[in-house]
Design a protein around this ligand. Sequence first.
Ligand SMILES: *Cc1c(COP(=O)(O)O)cnc(C)c1O
Length: 386
Amino acid sequence: MSPVSGAFSAEARLIHAGTCRVLGQPVTPPLVPASIFVASGEPRPARDYGRAGNPGWEALEEALGGLEDAEAVAFASGQAASMALMLALTRGRDRIVLPSDGYYGTRVLADRLRPHGAEPVPTDQQDLTAVERELNAAPSVLWAETPTNPLLRVADLSRLGELATAARAPMIVDNTVATGLLQRPLDFGATASLCSLTKSLSGHSDVILGAVVSRDPELLAELRAWRTSGGGIPGPFEAWLALRGLKTLPLRLARQCESAGLIAAHLSGHPRVRAVHYPGLAPSAAVRRQMTGGFGPLLSFEVNPGDSEAAADRVVASSRLILPATSFGGVESTWERRARWAGETAPDGLIRLSVGVEPVADLIGDIDGALNCLQTQPSTEVPSCA
Ligand SMILES: *Cc1c(COP(=O)(O)O)cnc(C)c1O
């Protein structure tokens, strides 16, 4: 534990996670690429083999847990974290009630695990009656995601939490888009929140990693056991990079949320855009209740003419600053036409934009320039604006 205690803010604790005050020692945790640690006889030391632990995980888990006043277990990726959660929670439960419009990788994973456990039940989580019906049909896990990737739909965590409690179903919230800095699902009754650290938490588009955050000691022990025996462990270098990135999370997200709000408002009035999805545009009561730290770096929009794959592809290819790439939360802005991925349920013409930390005027200029490629088009054809 770092010497910075609960007397200080969550942000101060995040920045100081893993720091050291011992004279002559490094201030931040060193990178320890060890597969084995000195060990012999009894008592067994805390670390003997690298699959069971690495000193670099500790500071990272302290930082992530601190964001939600809980404990964290880090994994090799967001998907490795999801898999451990699904394996841990579906024992004795028949189904995973998950969002029909959430991250497609979650649906693919739940489908793959079907022969080994529970049935995935895709459900519209805006429809609370449908969620309640599915939860009561058989012992279930409620797997929520909010805001959803890529449509940025917001599920009402307090209502979902009540339904889960009534049905005795553990509720998991995929908190990757908001992060624990903007939204704390455990405060709304979630048993665990899940984060891909690959996105905003690490923030520099250079690491794949994930984590689960929980206050349930039994679940935490179970997740660590799955990590050790399944082997989905964070690499020491990845953990070190993620901790380094996490220290600037509050600064990065403040800038990204502010710019994303301005860009969403700008796109809402744009003649070449027919729909914009961003939780901060006319925030609902649920958004105001649960996204207390900001509305996030991610938005999506649909270009005119609607459902036009080719038009959206042209726009994405026409930017000169925003990078055509997947993922989100990095300091560099990126965008992509989301339906280019097999299994994605987003509309064909939907562009997902991850707002980075570049000055917003540069981003708006680049977006307008890219959308201009649609301007001179003859009515039936998509223009070439190479
Ligand atoms: C990226 C992502 C994941 C998976 O994380 P990886 O680190 O890529 O394995 C899970 N959920 C959401 C919402 C994501 O965006």
